[in-house]
Design a protein. Structure first.
Length: 94
């Protein structure tokens, strides 16, 4: 079963880069340009160049700044997602 991940970024170039990166690693990629408040209880990896909002910080599983290596980002995703990912109750609106 292909693992699906959701990438969120307001910059299309970053979304395209992440889609290419994760699809090359065998993931299906859903994308959004803004975060959703109703995200289920799933691992969240924040990739940002700005200060983390305190309201959001409690939901973040891992953090990388935008200068992190792509291999480190892939390693983090692989370490966080269980083998039975995604949960059957989770659907992403693409």
């Amino acid at each position: 079963m292909t693992k699906t991940i959701l990438t969120i970024d307001d910059e299309e170039v970053i979304l395209n880069l992440l889609r290419e990166l994760f699809e090359d690693e065998g993931y299906a990629v859903a994308q959004a340009s803004t975060p959703r408040e109703d995200l289920p209880d799933v691992p969240i990896i924040l990739l940002t160049g700005v200060f983390i909002d305190e309201k959001l910080s409690g939901k973040i599983t891992a953090y990388h700044n935008k200068t992190t290596s792509l291999s480190d980002l892939i390693t983090t995703v692989e370490n966080l997602l269980p083998n039975d990912w995604p949960p059957t109750t989770w659907a992403v609106d693409q």
